[in-house]
Design a binder for this molecule. Sequence first.
Ligand SMILES: [Ca+2]
Ligand SMILES: [Ca+2]
Length: 104
Amino acid sequence: MKVVVKALGILSLAIISQNALAAGCGDLNDDGLINSQDSLKVRRHLEGVEKLKSEVAHLADVNSDGKVDKSDESLIFDKALKKPVTLKCPPPPPSRGGRLPGFL
Ligand SMILES: [Ca+2]
Ligand SMILES: [Ca+2]
């Protein structure tokens, strides 16, 4: 029984982690929402006004094509307008700090 409870705990943690990652895709100002502020950040990045930080740049590539461009801005804007679009970001770049304890 303890094994089952422990396994469920690990599974829950994995699901929470997945949701946290999914929620971050397109959320460039880390406020937990995808709105016009996020698409504005992409626009400012594309215009060279304010470049995205390297640690959040992958969150702006919402079509996972390896680059941040006008189509990403458009997708984020559509999502902000509650249109039925799916945002799919690439995995974050490997960090130098290593992994969380307990995760492979
Ligand atoms: Ca946001
Ligand atoms: Ca892209």
